[in-house]
Write a protein that binds this ligand. Structure first.
Ligand code: GLC
Length: 632
C-alpha cells in the first residue's frame, strides 16, 4: 500500500508522540536545569513520562476532540468573542447544578469564559476564600461533587463557554493529607514543605521578605511546637508553602492539573505563582526558577491536555509581570494569560486624579504592543483588594511623589479624601511601611453608593458613566475582559461581612456579595435606573466587541498621547485599518481635533460603540464627561 493511501486520521498514540516531540525541549530543558542535580532525578524522568501518558490515555474522546480543534485554532482565547465572567458558585447560583440554570443569563451577556472562584475542597472554617485547599481532587461539598462538576463543565462547553478553575500551586491547607503526614513526622512529606528546626534561617529570610497579610497574618513563618519546626507560611498560618525544589512536588501538582483538565477544565488559574521559589536575600517573588517551573508545567499540559491554557496570577509591577506572559527566554512558552493589574490600578488612579499622564506613561513604557501566544486578562475589579502598585520611578517620571500618590489613592478609595466620590474600605494597612490597600465594588468605588445615598441624579449619572467607561476600556485594550459578578448590575458594597466571624477580619468580602437577582430584575424592568443603564450599556458594548476584529489580542495595541491629561487613548492596529479608542477621565467636556484622529489612523469617523458619526462642523470631536469611543 502506498503511504498516500494510509488512513487520514492519526492514531491517538501517534498524536501523543507528535505532541510530546513538539514540547520535549520546552519541558526537559527546564526540568534538567531545575532538578538535574537532585538525587531523585533518575526516577523522576520516567515517572513524569508515565504521568503524561496516563493522563492522555484517560482523557475522554470529547476532550481529545477539543484538543484537536484548539491545535487548529490556537488563537481561540485571543479572539474578540472572548468575554469572561467571574463568580463564587454559592454566591451566584447556590451550587454547581444551579450554574446550569444560569447559562442563559451568561449567554445574554455574551460570556464565553467562566471562572468558578475556588471550588476544590477547602479546609473547614476560614479558608481564605477557598484558597486554602485540603483536597485538590474533590469539590467543595457545599457546591456538589465531582460528577456535578463534570456535568457543569460539559454543559458550559456545549454552550461554547470555557471553564476556568483555581489551582493553588504555592501552598496547601495545613489540613491537606501531605501536610498532615508531614506533621506526623513522615520525612517524605516533610520535604514537600519548607520547614526549619530553629529560627536562624527564617529570620535571615525575613530580612528581605515582604509581608502579604501584615494585619492578620504577620511574618512569613509559623512555629509549630508539636513538630518543633517553623513552617514557611507566606499567606495565612493555615496555608503551608510547597517546596518546589523537590521534584516530587512538581509531579504531584502536575498530576492534579491533568486530573482537573480531564474533568473538563479549560483554563487553569495558577494561583500566587510569584512565590513558588525561594532564594535567600531576595523578596522570594518572581525568581528565575518560577519561570522555569511555569514553562515546564505549560509544556506538560500542552502534551497531555493541549486544549488547556494557563492563567498565571502574579499581582506585581509591570516589569515583573511581563515575564509571566513569556517574554525573553520564555517567549510564547509560559502563561497564556496573566492579570493586567497595572491597567486596573491605572484606571482607578487616573479616575481619582482626573489626570491620565501617569497611566499613559506606564502603559506606553512598560507594555509591549503584542505578545506571542499570550494575552492579558483585563479587569476593573476582582475578588482581591487593589494594591496601589505605582512605582516611585513611574510617579517621578510624571512629576508625582510615589508615596504621596499612593496614599492619596488609598484615602480617595476609602472615601475619606475630601470630595472623593468613592466609598470603600482599607485592606491590610501596614503602619510600618505606610502601605494601604483598598476594597470595594466597582460601583461603590466609582461613586454610585455615595450618589445613591444622596439621591443625587447628576452624580448617579456620572457614576454610571465611570462604570461603563471602565468596561469599554478593558474590552478594547487587548486580552480577555473579565466581568466580576454583580458589576453588570452595579452592585454596591456588602457590609454584612462584618457580622460573619470567618470573614470579618478580611475586608475583601466587602466586594464579594451574594448575587442580587432582584437587582437584575430591576435592571430589566427599569432601564433608566442605574443598574438598568449599566446592564444595557454593558451588553451593548460587549456585543460591539465581538463584532470588532481589530480587538483580536494578536493585533498590536499602541498607547497614544493626546497631549490632553484628561484623555487616555490607544489604537488597535489591523491590516484593515486602525481603531482609535478614546476615554475622557473627567467630569468636564473635552474636545479633540478630527485631524488628530486622522493622523492616528482613524478614517471613517464612526464610533463603533454608539454607531454614530463623530465630529462637528469646526473639525472637532466633543467628548462628554467620561466619554468612551472606539473610532474606526
Ligand atoms: C491569590 C488569591 C487571593 C489569595 C492568595 C493566597 O492572590 O487571589 O485571594 O488570598 O492567592 O492564596
Amino acid at each position: 500500500m502506498s503511504p498516500l493511501d494510509s488512513p487520514a486520521a492519526l492514531t491517538d498514540s501517534e498524536i501523543f508522540d507528535l505532541r510530546y516531540a513538539r514540547s520535549r525541549e520546552d519541558l526537559w530543558s527546564m526540568l534538567d536545569r531545575l532538578y538535574g542535580n537532585h538525587p531523585g532525578y533518575d526516577s523522576f524522568r520516567p515517572a513524569l513520562d508515565a504521568t503524561l501518558r496516563r493522563a492522555w490515555t484517560e482523557r475522554r474522546p470529547g476532550l481529545k476532540r477539543l484538543d484537536m480543534m484548539r491545535d487548529l485554532e490556537p488563537d481561540w482565547f485571543q479572539r474578540p468573542g472572548m468575554i469572561g465572567y467571574v463568580f463564587y458558585i454559592d454566591r451566584f447560583a447556590g451550587d454547581l447544578r444551579g450554574v446550569i440554570d444560569k447559562l442563559d443569563y451568561l449567554a445574554e451577556l455574551g460570556v464565553t469564559y467562566v471562572h468558578f472562584m475556588p471550588c476544590l475542597k477547602p479546609r473547614p472554617g476560614d479558608s481564605d476564600g477557598g484558597y486554602s485547599v485540603m483536597d485538590y481532587r474533590a469539590i467543595n461539598p457545599a457546591y456538589g461533587d465531582m460528577a456535578d462538576f463534570e456535568a457543569v463543565t460539559e454543559a458550559c462547553r456545549a454552550r461554547g463557554i470555557s471553564v476556568c478553575v483555581d489551582m493553588v500551586v504555592n501552598h496547601t491547607a495545613k489540613e491537606h493529607a501531605w501536610a498532615q503526614k508531614a506533621r506526623a513526622g513522615d520525612p517524605k512529606y516533610r520535604d514537600y514543605y519548607l520547614m526549619f528546626e530553629d529560627a536562624r534561617l527564617p529570620q535571615e529570610y525575613e530580612r528581605t521578605l515582604i509581608e502579604i497579610f501584615p494585619d492578620n497574618a504577620p511574618g512569613s513563618f509559623t512555629w509549630y511546637p508539636d513538630m518543633q519546626r517553623h513552617v514557611w507560611t507566606t499567606f495565612n498560618e493555615h496555608q503551608w508553602d510547597l517546596n518546589w525544589a523537590n521534584p516530587q512536588v512538581f509531579l504531584e501538582i502536575l498530576d492534579i492539573m491533568l486530573f482537573l483538565a480531564n474533568k473538563g477544565v479549560e483554563v487553569l488559574r495558577l494561583d500566587a505563582v510569584a512565590f513558588m521559589w525561594k532564594r535567600m536575600g531576595t523578596k522570594c517573588q518572581s525568581e528565575p526558577e518560577v519561570h522555569m517551573l511555569l514553562q515546564a508545567l505549560r509544556a506538560a499540559t500542552r502534551i497531555a491536555a493541549p486544549s488547556v491554557i494557563h492563567l498565571e496570577e502574579a499581582i506585581v509591577g509591570p516589569e515583573e509581570m511581563l515575564p509571566y506572559l513569556g517574554r525573553g527566554e520564555h517567549d510564547g512558552k509560559e502563561g497564556n494569560l496573566a492579570y493586567h493589574n497595572s491597567l486596573m490600578v491605572q484606571f482607578w488612579s487616573a479616575l481619582a486624579a482626573r489626570d491620565t499622564r501617569l497611566m499613559t506613561h506606564v502603559m506606553a513604557t512598560h507594555f509591549p504592543p503584542v505578545l506571542s501566544n499570550a494575552t492579558y486578562a483585563t479587569y476593573l475589579r476582582c475578588h482581591d483588594d487593589i494594591g496601589w502598585a505605582v512605582t516611585d520611578e513611574d510617579a517621578a517620571a510624571v512629576g508625582l511623589n510615589g508615596f504621596l500618590h499612593r496614599a492619596f489613592l488609598a484615602d480617595f478609595y476609602e472615601g475619606v479624601f475630601p470630595g472623593s466620590f468613592a466609598q470603600g474600605e482599607l485592606f491590610q494597612h501596614n503602619p510600618d511601611t505606610g502601605d494601604k490597600r483598598n476594597s470595594g465594588t466597582t460601583a461603590s468605588l466609582a461613586g454610585l453608593e455615595r450618589a445613591s445615598l444622596g439621591g443625587d441624579t447628576q452624580n448617579i449619572g456620572l457614576a454610571v458613566d465611570r462604570i461603563l467607561m471602565g468596561h469599554a476600556l478593558i474590552a478594547c485594550s487587548g486580552g480577555i475582559p473579565l466581568l466580576y459578578m454583580g458589576d453588570e448590575v452595579a452592585m454596591l458594597n456588602d457590609y454584612g461581612y462584618h457580622d460573619v466571624p470567618d470573614h470579618a477580619h478580611d475586608s475583601r468580602w466587602l466586594h464579594r456579595p451574594v448575587m442580587d437577582w432582584d437587582r437584575v430584575e430591576l435592571a430589566r424592568a427599569a432601564p433608566e435606573s442605574a443598574p438598568g443603564q449599566v446592564f444595557a450599556g454593558l451588553k451593548t458594548l460587549l456585543a460591539r466587541r465581538v463584532e470588532t476584529p481589530e480587538l483580536h489580542a494578536a493585533r498590536p495595541c499602541e498607547v497614544l498621547d493626546t497631549g490632553n491629561p484628561a484623555l487616555f487613548a490607544l489604537a488597535r492596529r489591523a491590516p484593515t485599518g486602525s481603531l482609535v479608542c478614546l476615554f475622557n477621565f473627567t467630569e468636564s467636556w473635552q474636545v479633540i481635533p478630527l485631524d488628530w484622529l486622522r493622523a492616528q489612523g482613524a478614517s471613517s469617523m464612526v464610533d463603533v460603540l454608539s454607531q454614530a458619526p463623530v465630529g462637528d462642523s469646526q473639525g472637532m470631536m466633543p467628548l462628554p464627561p467620561y466619554a468612551r469611543v472606539w473610532i474606526r
